[in-house]
Design a protein around this ligand. Structure first.
Ligand SMILES: [Zn+2]
Length: 70
């Protein structure tokens, strides 16, 4: 690889301007006072359960809570 190193390139392929990315999905659950998402009883607050059709699932400790509404 004998290509030109360094950030100053004229074709604009160097550094990208920093964009403010939206924070991780996890933290979107915190926004507002609405605590709709269930947290994992094993992992504690901060670990939200994934909302599936019939169950809530913790990807960390594999805790599963069934939400059978029938
Ligand atoms: Zn868990």
């Amino acid at each position: 690889m004998a290509t030109v190193k360094g950030g100053s390139s004229k074709d604009g392929k160097g550094k990208k301007p920093h964009k403010n990315k939206p924070t991780s999905k996890k933290y979107s659950h915190y926004s507002g006072a609405t605590k709709k998402k269930k947290t994992c009883p094993r992992c504690g607050p901060g670990n939200f359960l994934a909302d599936h059709k019939t169950r809530l699932y913790c990807g960390k400790c594999h805790y599963t809570e069934f939400t059978d509404k029938s």
